[in-house]
Structures are given as structure tokens and as C-alpha cells.
Design a protein around this ligand. Sequence first.
Ligand SMILES: [Zn+2]
Length: 134
Amino acid sequence: MEATQKICPRCGLKYSWMERRRSNGREYYYAVHVEGSKRRKCYLGPREYENVSRLHYDVALTFKGLLERGRAVDYLESLLIALKRDVMRERLSREDAKRLMPLAKELVERLELLLKSKEGGEEDVLSRFPPPSR
Ligand SMILES: [Zn+2]
């Protein structure tokens, strides 16, 4: 399999291109499969999941579509802001704080190494670390 082969996350078959369509002020993604002279489209979801996001207002998450870049960073940033707010209001339990501490420390260490490696031009410094525990 080619590294650049485009596999549709909906049906698992190769697609030709992705398409973004606008309807009622919202954007939706499709994978376009060209099959002979016909085209078939697989729906890949909206750019943002507004209804789902509304139900996560307490953690300030706006769920984004499959093709949006940087989703993990955006999600984590929102969660960190929500957690910081909970810590400041003393709403985070001691047990949850204990669970998060090693993950937070490891993330900070990895981020520092990543930034350091980028500054020095050294690549792939993270491969020297064991894989994350989860
Ligand atoms: Zn498909």
C-alpha cells in the first residue's frame, strides 16, 4: 500500500478526492469515489459538530470534523483551560489530580524536548522515548 493512498474513513475504499460543500451556512465533507464514469460520495460529517459541542459547554469543547487539522491540540487546549478553571475553584478531586499529574508531567517533558529539538535542528528526538503508557 502506498503511503499516500487515500482511503475513505467511511467505506474503507480508495477515494479520488475530498470535497467540502456548504449548505445552510454549514460546511460538510465528502469523499468522492470515481467508479468508471460514475461518482459516488461518502459523507464524512460536518466541519463542526454543533449539537454535540453544545452538550460539552462545561469543558469548552467544540468538536471538529474529520478533516480539520490540529483537532487534538485544540481539544487539549480547551480541556486544559477547563481543568485550570476547576483547579482554581477547587472543583477537581484529589484522585483526578493524582491521575492527571504523571500524564501532564510527561506531556510537558515531551513538549520541552520537541521544542528543544526543533530549535537545534535535531529531528525525531521523541523516538528515544518509550511509547506513552496509554
Ligand atoms: Zn467511501
